[in-house]
Design a binder for this molecule. Structure first.
Ligand SMILES: NC(=O)c1ccc[n+]([C@@H]2O[C@H](COP(=O)([O-])OP(=O)(O)OC[C@H]3O[C@@H](n4cnc5c(N)ncnc54)[C@H](OP(=O)(O)O)[C@@H]3O)[C@@H](O)[C@H]2O)c1
Length: 333
């Protein structure tokens, strides 16, 4: 099968279009014919070697985490899916490889594609949708009447998280640049801060939850817009010791995580707020919940561009440039 692979870790390096063996699904996996694959910054970061310590992959590696497609083969233990089902997933770490004609996916990570969405739209959802879910629902327990600050509302995570937070009954504040103000308002954001002309610290206070996705300076300021007892969930680091435990990282990596996050954890304690790092995980059951919200019309995918499969490197470069409005997807079928 045709696939885009990483031969060695290097910034900006092009993925190589290679002929790779079609993966053989394990007993608890299905083989999916890929119709569309979502592109994420995680793909670029892995290619750059930034995740070597946390996700020690063997090279060459077929890249890509998000898929929508059709089941063409099922392992003997698979119960919920059959050949011909239209499905979507954020595939598991160490089983990635959606920038390819076929990918093997664990049954537990898969869900039926929402009715009414194209394959491209479905492929845009899993990684960012699950990130928003695990940050706002699992980590923060966001609920009705609470105030949440979601940074970068016009990005992949932001466009989904705004809609999920509104569905949960929260008041949503977000940051974006001037050109995207109408987009985030259209998604339901109540307070929109144009980061080109305003400092969110001058506008926001007493938030219950912050979803942090930006740099260290933004993280520091974000601690100060929370009320006492509020929670900051960061998806852009630094990783905390809990995360090290969760992924069973080796001792020296755990120590590194403890050190990297010691400053922000100390300052959070001083302010009486919570700090936690999230690295999202594959989950078919949460994706099933997301399917229901999409089918009910509570959440819609926001698409920026669809690239042909042959232009996967261009798609990755476009995402890396950091200006995407919603999601970028490559189409295979
Ligand atoms: N830990 C995890 O599990 C996890 C999961 C998903 C993503 N992430 C990370 O979270 C970050 C966001 O991911 P993403 O997929 O949402 O990225 P993305 O879609 O590439 O984000 C692009 C958007 O960010 C906006 N933006 C850029 N700088 C900004 C700023 N200073 N303030 C407000 N908005 C700004 C841009 O809007 P303008 O053009 O208007 O500036 C653009 O719409 C990345 O670092 C990604 O790696 C982590």
């Amino acid at each position: 099968m045709k696939a885009f692979v990483v031969d060695r870790y290097q910034r900006q390096a092009a993925l190589r279009l290679a002929d790779m063996p079609t993966p053989e699904p394990r007993e608890d996996e299905v083989l999916v014919e890929v119709h569309a694959a979502g592109v994420n910054l995680l793909d670029a970061k892995i290619r750059n070697g930034e995740f070597k310590l946390i996700l020690p992959y063997r090279l060459p590696l077929v890249l890509g985490h998000d898929v929508a497609g059709v089941v063409v083969k099922v392992g003997p233990q698979v119960r919920q899916f059959k050949v011909g089902d239209e499905v979507y997933a954020r595939v598991d770490d160490f089983r990635i490889g959606t920038f390819a004609e076929f990918v093997a996916v664990k049954e537990a990570s898969l869900a039926l594609k929402p009715r009414g969405l194209t394959m491209e739209e479905a492929a845009s959802i899993p990684l960012v949708g699950l990130t928003a879910w695990q940050a706002l629902v699992d980590k923060a327990g966001l609920g009705k009447g609470q105030k949440v600050f979601i940074q970068a509302g016009s990005g992949g995570v932001g466009t989904f998280a705004i809609q999920l937070a509104k569905h949960l009954g929260a008041t949503v504040a977000t940051t974006t640049s001037t050109t995207n103000v109408a987009l985030v308002k259209g998604l339901g954001a109540d307070v929109v801060i144009d980061y080109k002309t305003q400092d969110f610290e001058d506008v926001l206070r007493d938030c219950d939850v912050v979803l942090n996705s930006q740099d260290g300076k933004t993280l520091e300021k974000s601690l100060r817009v929370l009320k006492r007892g509020g929670k900051l969930v960061s998806i852009s680091g630094p990783p905390d010791p809990e995360f090290g435990k969760e992924v069973a990282a080796p001792g020296f990596v755990r120590l590194l995580m403890r050190l990297l996050s010691s400053g922000v954890r100390r300052r959070a304690r001083g302010l009486g707020v919570g700090y936690s790092f999230l690295f999202m995980k594959a989950s078919g059951s949460q994706l099933h919940e997301i399917t229901r919200l999409v089918e009910a019309g509570a959440i819609r995918p926001v698409m920026d561009r669809v690239f042909p499969f042959a232009s996967t490197n261009e798609a990755l470069a476009y995402v890396e440039a950091g200006r995407a409005k919603g999601k970028v997807v490559v189409r295979l079928k």
